[in-house]
Design a protein around this ligand. Structure first.
Ligand code: GAP
Length: 509
């Protein structure tokens, strides 16, 4: 299956099983805005909870807040978003379509990367067990040539981005012969900057209304509450403030399903530190965050760090944790050493002191900040796409399974009476009552048992408890495991213990 076909399956499965719907679908949808269905909401909440527990519950020096989406407009001046939160855009004169210039170039690089990947896969098939991948990459002329091309493009591309050189960006597009995917022509306009913030108004009458922005990141709600939280929590530096919540960006290239949305959710943590210690904390948070990702077992090979060449206006070091999505490695999370940029600017613009008095060193200073920032929707897509698989099974048929990490599964247990008679549904409902106090449980008595197992597999339910005739005699039930499909007979107490132990945070974090 090609990666494009795999990605289409991800999108259709997400819709068919109540995970993600297009927003306003009956009105033909709203571009790059999505709604989460009944199962998607559970998965999303579980991811959020897993992040919150790792950040807030397991760190004595991190607390969580929930700041508002609408904030004083000067905040966005101070943060640099009014002046610098821009994307470089280019229009194709024939199709009248608008593109992000940087994305056109990145897509071109991705095409070269997939050419390399194809060469490797072909050779892998040809040589089988004897294939030496590292040696092949170092010596194959076509792979070497494409690597060299990528290197040259990257060097020109990062230099153009670093200098905000829009003319150079256009030249790269022209030199590479990039064509408009719609018209196929190279008839491009100049590259222009475009601000990504959504504007709105506060107030009833249009004369007196104040112009506001929907927040493009949750981080600023943390910065402006820095002293409120520090004073009321009495935390000492180093300490962190975490927050999850909606952010809004008027993305021009909005595609790839929930990867790039106009309304999305972030999980951010700002860690306040003493100036001069930022390098140590930056490395520390890189390591912590990668550990968190790996704890979910989606495969070490699916993650990599990407250090930024072009730093955002606020950072002295930054990297992404990239994930191997169905369309290749892309940013999942950002880790940024933000210096004192935000707090110092808020001091300047608000005329309020945002200094911290360090009782150990007896000095006052504006803290530096290391930030970790992950998109909840991107994490959802990473988990969902990685978990979806089609498997051949022993009887020759195949099944579609969502092999979610158990701790994230929307429904933990399905309770199924083998038949809809002989008192089995009554016993099953009794069990449902017991289990639902502990986990999210589903009850299903419709169709043959095999079909019901398939249905639960497709939802990613890790356990099915089946009530059969033997249950009436000895009070034992079969517990079916989603991944191995094996079944064992256990009492309800043992089933509870077993599931509880696999869900315990000790087994994960
Ligand atoms: N406070 C820093 C900040 O917002 P960012 O790199 O712009 O940094 C952080 O965004 C994370 O938010 C990204 O790594 C990504 O996971 C997520 N994100 C950003 N834009 C997004 C979008 N349009 N749709 C979905 N997720 C997005």
């Amino acid at each position: 299956m090609t990666s494009e076909e795999k990605f289409k399956k991800v999108i259709s499965h997400a819709k068919e099983y109540g995970f993600v719907f297009k927003s306003s679908e009956i009105y033909d949808g709203l571009s790059a805005v999505y709604d989460y269905g009944h199962n998607g909401t559970e998965l999303k909440n579980n991811i959020k909870d897993y992040w919150w527990r790792a950040m807030v519950q397991l760190n004595d020096n991190i607390v969580g807040i929930d700041s508002s989406i609408l904030m004083h407009p000067t905040i966005w001046k101070a943060s640099g978003h009014v002046d610098a939160f821009n994307d470089p855009l280019i229009d194709n004169k024939d199709s009248k379509k608008r593109y992000r210039a940087d994305v056109l170039i990145e897509d071109h690089i991705s095409k070269l990367e997939s050419k390399i990947q194809k060469e490797i896969s072909k050779a892998e098939k040809r040589y089988g067990d004897k294939f030496e991948k590292d040696q092949f990459i170092k010596t194959n002329p076509r792979v070497l040539k494409n690597h060299e091309k990528i290197k040259v493009i990257y060097s020109k591309f990062s230099s153009a981005l670093e200098k905000d050189d829009l003319i150079a960006l256009k030249k790269i597009i022209e030199d590479l012969g990039i064509v408009c995917p719609v018209s196929g022509s190279k008839n491009w306009t100049e590259v222009k900057q475009f601000n990504l913030m959504f504007g709105t108004k506060l107030g009833a009458s249009s004369d007196s209304a104040t112009d506001l922005y929907l927040r493009p990141e949750t981080a600023q709600g943390i910065f402006v509450n820095f002293l409120n939280v520090q004073k009321t929590s009495r935390l000492k530096i180093p300490f962190g403030i975490a927050q999850t919540g909606k952010a809004f960006r008027n993305e021009i290239v909005a595609r790839q399903f929930i990867f790039r949305m106009r309304e999305f959710e972030q999980m951010e943590m700002q860690f306040f530190i003493k100036p001069g210690t930022q390098k140590k904390w930056y490395e520390n948070w890189k390591e912590q965050r990668m550990k968190w990702h790996l704890s979910l077992g989606l495969g070490k090979e699916n993650y990599r760090f990407h250090d930024h060449d072009k730093l955002a206006h606020y950072a002295d070091a930054a990297c992404d944790i990239e994930f191997n999505f169905p369309f290749g490695f892309k940013e999942l999370e950002g880790i940024h050493s933000r210096t004192d940029f935000d707090l110092s600017n808020h001091e300047k613009f608000s005329n309020k002191k945002l200094k911290y008095f360090d009782t150990q060193s007896n000095e006052s200073y504006v803290p530096y900040v290391v930030e970790t920032s992950i998109g909840l929707d991107r994490m959802f897509l990473a988990v969902f796409s990685n978990s979806l698989c089609e498997e051949k099974i022993e009887d020759g048929t195949s099944r579609i399974v969502l092999k979610f990490p158990v701790v994230l599964s929307p429904i933990k247990v399905a309770v199924l009476p083998l038949v809809k008679k002989d008192g089995l549904p009554e016993i099953a409902k009794d069990i449902l009552e017991k289990l639902k106090r502990e986990f999210r449980v589903n009850y299903d008595e419709k169709d043959a048992i095999g079909r019901r197992y398939r249905r639960q597999d497709a939802l990613g339910t890790p356990y099915c408890v089946t009530v059969d005739h033997q249950s009436k005699e000895d009070n034992t039930f079969t517990l079916r495991d989603r991944d191995s499909m094996t079944q064992e007979r256990l009492s309800i107490e043992d089933i509870l213990k077993k599931i509880e132990s696999t869900l315990s945070i000790k087994s994960w974090l």
